[in-house]
Design a protein around this ligand. Sequence first.
Ligand code: C2O
Ligand code: CU
Length: 460
Amino acid sequence: ALGAAGLGGLTGCTGIGALSNDSDVPTATPRSPPSGPADTAATVRPAPAQAASGLSPDTWIYNEGFPGPQLRVPEGDVLEVELANGLPRETTVHWHGVPVANPMDGVPGVTQQPAGPGESFTYRFRAEPAGTYFFHSHVGLQLDRGLLAPLIVEESDPHVEYDREYTVVLDDYLDGAPQPLYEGTDSGGRGPGMGGGGPGMGGMMGDRRPPYAALLANGRPPNDPQRLDVREGQRVRVRFINASSATYFRVRLGGHPMTVTHADGRPVDPVAVDSFRFGAGERYDVVVDATNPGTWELLATALNGRESPARALLSYDGGTSAPVSPSATGRELSYGDLVARTPIDGLDGSPDRTFNLTLSAGQSGWLIDGQAYPDADPLQIKEGEHVRVTMRNRSPVVHPMHLHGHFFQVGNAVKDTVVVPGHMGTVTFDFLADNPGNWLFHCHNLYHLESGMARLIQYI
Ligand code: C2O
Ligand code: CU
C-alpha cells in the first residue's frame, strides 16, 4: 500500500531541477517544435490500473495496458501526442532517446510544468531518426509504477530485411507503489544504504533494489510467457527495450544466435552473439534466422537480483513442444563489438570541452562528482561544441547513464545510454552540442536518479 511517506517522497521529487538558482545565467534559445499540421496524432492516458486488470491499484498504466500501447510512426512524421492525465498526481511524458526540441522533453521543472490531475499537455515533435525508443513518465518514481510504453520510429529505408517483427519490453514489476525505503533523500534520511550507514554500507553493496514481484517480458510473468510465433525460414526482428527501473539484464535465446543490428535505435554493423547485457534505458534490435524448428526459451536474467528470469518463447508453427533453454555459455556482446553505420559528424579532433566525472555513493544518495541533484552545478556547454564526458565509477554497482536530447559516440557506437561498470569502470563518450536547451544527464536506475544521480547539461 502507498503510505503517506510514499506520497510525500513522490511529491518532493517532482521539483527536480527547478532552475530558479540559475535564472541569472543567460541560456541559449532552444529549437522550436515543428509547426504545421501533425502527420500522426495519439493520446496517452495515464491512470491507476483498474481492479479488473489483475494489477495492483498502485500500478499506474498508460491507456489501460501494461506495458502501454506501442506507438508506431513513420520516420520524419510530425507526431502530436496529447497527454490526458487521469492520475491523482501530476505527470509528464519523456520520449527516451528521441532528440526532440527542448520544450518537448518532458522533464518537470526543467522543460515544462507537469500536467496536474485532470489536465493535459500536448507534445509535438518530428519522429526522427528511425529507431526503437520508449516513452515514460519523468516524475519521481512513476516509471516504476508502470508508466512506460514502446515508441517505434519506422525507417524509410531499413538496412536489414526481415519477415516479421516483435517488440520485447523487459521490466521489473513491483506489486504496488514504489516504497519510500528506496526513495533516497526524501525518505526521512534513509538513503540507498538505509539505516544511516550510507550507501557503501548497505546490505547489497549499497545497491538497494526494491523486492520486485517479478521480471516481466511484455507484461507477462515467467510462468505465462508470450509466444513469439515464427515459421521455418523466416527472419524475425526483435526490438528489446530495458524499461526496468533498476535491473541489469542478460538476454539469451535458445537454439539461435542473435544478430545485433541496432543499439539504442541506431544501426550498427551486424554482429552475431549468443547473449547481451543491457541496463535500464538501453535498447537492442536483433534479427534471428528461424532455421532450427522447435520451441525455444528467450530468457532475461537479472544480473543484480534473485528473481526468476523474464521469459518469452520462440515458437515454430504454433508447436507446443517443451521449450528448450539457452545454454549458459556463448559469445556475449560487448560495446567494443558495436560499429555505428552512421557515426556522429563533427567529432573529429580534440574536444572543445571536457568533463571528468566521478560516480559515487554519498551519505544519503548517489552522486555525480560529489554533488547530488538538484543542488548540483549544471554542466555548461555552448552550441556547436564537441563535448567529451568521462565517467569513473567509484562504486561497486553499475550505472546506466543516459543523456537527454542527443546521441553520443562511445567507442565506435552511437548510443544515448551507456552502462558504466562498477569497481572503477570508466566510460568516455563524445557528443556534438547541436540541440540547445537544458537537458538532464542521469543514471537511469530510477532510485539512483531520485537520490541525486543527475546533472543538468545547460547551453549557455
Ligand atoms: Cu528515460 Cu531521463 O530518461
Ligand atoms: Cu546509478
